[in-house]
Ligand binder design. Structure first.
Ligand SMILES: O=P(O)(O)OC[C@H]1O[C@H](OP(=O)(O)OP(=O)(O)O)[C@H](O)[C@@H]1O
Ligand SMILES: NC(=O)CC[C@H](N)C(=O)O
Ligand SMILES: [Mg+2]
Length: 500
């Protein structure tokens, strides 16, 4: 789940882009990159966080009033710095592109590019497939007199050929800034504007939180299949009117997106509180009577506060997060994830000692976090620990940009709730019901529809049987290179449940 930005205004954009990318750091920690254009492309990218990659020396070189940026969470290809985004190609015009998502028919697209256009991508990053497909279609147009219709036509063909999830931003050198979405609009993308005495600055970003930091006004979400083009005179053009998506990733609302972002009219923080309140019915039906509700920082907070309010039990922050640690789930190896979880969270003994604690997290995916948390809460003296997930059990792989492509690593795909409870050594485990989640996010409420594939196994992009296999093979080939097995690793196979 990468983060992307694109800026176009009267002055240099690199500083705004660093701000924007920093606000999106939660979407990707593997690599960061930026590309600006004045009379040439200026590209800076590498592995690490935004603050590591863009030092003042590099920023000075990123001149130009148009540019794109990326923070990467790898879902295709390796973690090698050569695969960091953006990517550029010199023909036609000079294109620089970033994307968030995952191309599922990557083998077919690569084959077509090779056979029809004799293109060989440099890396196995799926972004290259989107970029070269778009470039190959664009170069068939009248390049001496390129029109917006030509650009949108090339976008449309790209959207027909490339399947999966992709929110993209492209600099077309000398022409303008283009953003387009996959036909289902699975990933978020928003357009903002800031007026300055020198003229407007337009920006695209994965999440609206970027605009709050930078004093931009939110203009609109980029809808499913929609394309938006800002031309060199700062006129704005739309391919298709905005429509609500029918398959927006619900896991963005549950975990990925930042709480202060509003996506398709839904404030993420509010949705998480609602998810927490919704859990009350199940918690009460389970006969659980906690003395206090605590959250797993960071993403469990709003659901925990919602549940506490709904069941009338005090909420306390019972676990402290080391603010210098990032997210654990998006680390690419199991050893790395375990290391982050260990360093990240510490219980406040005096709050939890002698208490029956309901600990709320947004999700249990591989069980890395929950297992550790239950253990440290018990060590801190909690008498009972109930682990409560605001997401339903994750039983199916994601092929749209979350790196959980193999069902073998999803604990709920392999074990029953009782077995999971034993494995994480909790007294009770309570999951959100999928039906309740679907009701809460129901389309008729006027916010569009969602993709629930990781909970339901129903994929919105048609029959994906062969793509599931292709993606699994692709991920396995990279895992084998980078995984070090550890004692508690659940990545090769979900854990064998143990008694306690
Ligand atoms: O069952 P697991 O495989 O451990 O995955 C689920 C955990 O990972 C995420 O936390 P993360 O540390 O990534 O981010 P956060 O700080 O936003 O909560 C999520 O919020 C859960 O805590
Ligand atoms: N999570 C994402 O959006 C990843 C984008 C792309 N598939 C990559 O691996 O770079
Ligand atoms: Mg978490």
């Amino acid at each position: 789940m990468c983060g992307i930005v694109g800026f176009f205004g009267p002055d240099d954009v690199a500083h705004d882009m660093v701000f924007g990318l920093t606000a999106l750091q939660h979407r990707g920690q593997d690599a960061a990159g930026m590309c600006t254009f004045d009379d040439n492309f200026h590209l800076c990218k590498g592995n690490g966080l935004v603050a590591d990659v863009f030092r003042p020396k590099q920023l000075k070189k990123l001149t130009g009033n148009i540019g794109i940026g990326h923070v990467r969470y790898t879902t295709q290809g390796s973690n090698d710095s050569a695969l960091a985004q953006p990517f550029t190609t010199s023909y036609p015009f000079g294109l620089a592109m970033v994307h968030n998502g995952n191309v599922i028919n990557f083998r077919e697209v690569a084959k077509r590019l090779h056979e029809k256009y004799h293109v060989l991508p440099k890396t196995s990053n799926d972004l290259e497939l989107i970029m070269y497909t778009f470039a190959s279609e664009l170069r068939l147009k009248n390049l001496d007199n390129l029109s917006v219709v030509d650009i949108f036509d090339a976008v449309e063909t790209t959207q027909e050929l490339v399947k999966g999830a992709y929110a993209t931003i492209t600099v077309i050198a000398g022409h303008g800034l283009l953003a387009f979405n996959d036909p289902h609009g699975i990933r978020p993308l928003v357009l903002g504007r800031r007026d300055t005495p020198e003229g407007p600055v337009f920006a695209f970003a994965s999440e609206s939180t970027c605009f709050d930091y930078l004093g931009f006004e939110f203009v609109q979400n980029v809808g499913p299949g929609q394309a938006v083009f800002i031309d060199k005179n700062f006129n704005i053009h739309f391919k298709n009117p905005y429509e609500l998506p029918k398959a927006f990733c619900v896991f963005e609302q549950i975990y990925f997106a930042r709480e202060d972002s509003t996506i398709h009219g839904r404030l993420v923080a509010r949705e998480r509180v609602r998810l927490g309140k919704l859990l009350a019915r199940k918690v009460m039906a389970a006969g659980i009577e906690p003395d206090m509700v605590i959250d797993v920082p960071s993403s469990g907070y709003f659901a925990a506060s919602g549940l506490a309010e709904a069941i009338g039990v005090p909420y306390r922050r019972g676990l402290v997060k080391n603010n210098h640690m990032g997210r654990s789930f998006i680390v690419s190896s199991q050893a790395g994830r375990e290391d982050v979880v260990k360093k990240k969270l510490n219980p406040i003994r005096e709050f939890v000692e002698g208490k029956k604690v309901a600990v709320v997290d947004d999700s249990i995916v591989r069980g890395t976090t929950s297992r550790r948390i239950v253990r440290i809460l018990r060590e801190a003296g909690a008498t009972e620990v109930y682990f409560i997930s605001s997401a339903p059990p994750i039983v199916s792989p994601c092929i749209y940009g979350i790196d959980m492509a193999m069902s073998t690593e999803l604990i709920a795909a392999n074990y029953t709730e009782e077995e999971i409870c034993r494995y994480i050594e909790a007294d009770r485990v309570v999951y959100q019901d999928l039906a309740d989640l679907q009701e809460l996010f129901a389309e008729e409420r006027g916010h569009g529809g969602n993709c629930f594939a990781c909970f339901s196994g129903q994929y919105p992009t048609g029959d994906v049987t062969k793509y599931l296999r292709h993606i699994q093979e692709e991920r396995e080939s990279h895992r084998q290179k980078q995984e070090r097995p550890t004692e508690t690793s659940v990545s090769a196979k979900a854990p064998a449940p143990t008694e306690h």
